[in-house]
Design a protein around this ligand. Structure first.
Ligand code: SAM
Length: 220
């Protein structure tokens, strides 16, 4: 349960922890985390992103304790075997559905990832889905205007659900096919994630929704 892991009381408090997460970038660094992989699983995407964006700090958020520990070890091993690389990536055990605003301040993130999230098929369990109208409000809050939210699923119904939620939200617009084709991250959604690799091995289909955080059209 939640009592088994500490949750920072505010993004400022979490920033203090960042010395431990990114020792090479701190203490002189005033750099902030920009990418968050929500439900990162075994961390394949982050490992790929770390070298693609060597100057960007990124973090995985994962609920399962053992999986989080595995990712921690994986990152430490990579740092040891490839000095100077992987210093920009870390992982934290948390329930992202409850605590996103404890970790990130308004407009801090430039990319958020929701890759092959658990489908929660039954109608009464839809409220447990990581993409929902309510949670999109939180994601819009922590994303910078222009920031991108990447989602993918091998479950058609969930793919349609995520697309629907994003379409209905006034602070997100779809990224055009042209932009998707030019974005090196898009390919990694399937190729770098452990789930995506599994789906590819089984020659399964995937359903992707990639949206941009836009400015509100209303005066606030
Ligand atoms: N994104 C990874 C991939 O594509 O390989 C893992 C996908 S796996 C099917 C979904 C992951 O989300 C699991 O590791 C699960 O523990 C995690 N998860 C589920 N609910 C979560 C929550 N509320 N907060 C953080 N992680 C969660």
């Amino acid at each position: 349960s939640d009592s088994h892991f500490p949750v920072p009381i505010s993004p400022a408090h979490f920033e203090n922890d960042c010395t431990a997460h990114f020792p090479k970038f701190f203490p002189n660094g005033s750099k902030k985390i920009e990418f968050a992989d929500i439900g990162c699983g075994f961390g394949g995407l982050l490992i790929s992103l770390a070298t693609l964006f060597p100057d960007t700090l990124m973090i995985g958020m994962e609920l399962r304790d053992k999986v989080t520990e595995y990712v921690k070890e994986r990152i430490l091993a990579l740092r040891a075997s490839s000095p100077g690389r992987y210093d920009n990536v870390s992982v934290v055990r948390t329930n992202s559905m409850k605590y996103i605003p404890n970790y990130f301040e308004k407009a801090q993130l430039t990319k958020m990832f929701f890759l092959f999230p658990d489908p929660h098929f039954k109608e009464k369990n839809h409220r447990r889905r990581v993409i929902s109208p309510h949670l999109l409000d939180e994601y819009a809050y922590v994303l910078k205007v222009g920031g991108i939210i990447y989602t993918i699923s091998d479950v058609e119904e969930l793919g349609a659900w995520m697309t629907g939620c994003l379409d209905d939200h006034e602070l997100f617009e779809p990224v055009t096919e042209e932009e998707l084709a030019a974005d090196p991250v898009v390919e990694l959604l399937s190729t770098a994630t452990e789930e995506g690799q599994k789906v590819a091995r089984n020659e399964g289909q995937t359903f992707r929704a990639v949206y941009r955080r836009i400015a509100s059209s209303h005066a606030r």
